[in-house]
Design a protein around this ligand. Structure first.
Ligand code: URA
Length: 232
């Protein structure tokens, strides 16, 4: 058993003094009940402790944003190639990637052990926005913008949901999609005569790579997490 304010300060939430104020203000719950006394004893191994509605500590699911580098596969294990979890070492235990980026696609990738959130984020019904920057061999014709908007048909007849194509400069585009079919962006751009040379996911829902380098990863902030749940 441990004091609530001590547990939260050790978890890095805020200083003991700030926590005193936060707890008295009713921002902290233990097992779903608002707890206004900083000295309350909690069993840190089993209690579900949340600050502003977000779980903290051992019971808290984990959420990591990675700038996936090229050459890594988005699965938990692969016989041939390195997998994104290798980059996380011990920290990656129990986590899985939410959706997939191809081995030769880099960019924003969320890893978590929160199955419910992962399910929501990948469900085609929810249509979470994913934004890619592609360097292409050639530039799509202007009419491709309209085709993307109304729903492009891929070369094998697959119909895509409405998407957005922006021509940034000759041979460079931004594509925004709300689904995640196999090799979707590569196949969409191939269908309009501009095969992909390099592909980067710059945004996954509200999560961006600002300030990150390939191979880096970090925990989501409480604000990012709240923004993710806000999508639903
Ligand atoms: N579309 C692709 O073609 N590849 C990715 O990795 C992601 C989206």
């Amino acid at each position: 058993m441990q004091r609530l304010d001590k547990f939260l300060s050790q978890a890095g939430v805020a200083s003991r003094r700030e926590l005193g104020a936060m707890i008295r203000a009713g921002r902290v719950s233990v097992n779903g009940e608002v707890m206004r006394k900083p000295e309350t004893k909690v069993d840190e191994k089993t209690a579900q402790i949340s600050v502003d509605g977000v779980l903290v500590g051992a019971a808290r699911p984990r959420y990591i944003l990675m700038y996936k580098p090229l050459g890594y596969v988005c699965s938990t294990d692969d016989p041939r190639d390195p997998v994104v979890l290798d980059l996380l070492g011990e920290e990656g235990r129990g986590l899985f990637p939410v959706g997939r980026l191809d081995k030769m696609t880099e960019g924003a990738l969320l890893l978590t052990d929160d199955g419910q959130l992962a399910h929501n984020l990948t469900s085609p019904k929810k249509g979470v926005e994913k934004v890619y920057i592609a360097v292409c061999d050639g530039t799509p014709a202007d009419m491709a913008i309209e085709q993307f908007k109304t729903g492009l048909t891929l070369r094998d007849g697959t119909l895509c949901r409405p998407a957005k194509l922006e021509i940034l400069e000759p041979g460079k585009v931004r594509v925004t999609v709300h689904e995640g079919k196999y090799h979707q962006v590569r196949r969409m751009l191939a269908a309009v005569g501009a095969p992909v040379v390099t592909l980067l996911r710059e945004r996954f829902g509200p999560l961006t790579l600002k300030g990150m380098e390939p191979g880096q990863f970090r925990n989501l902030t409480n604000e990012e997490l709240a923004n993710l749940w806000d999508i639903f």
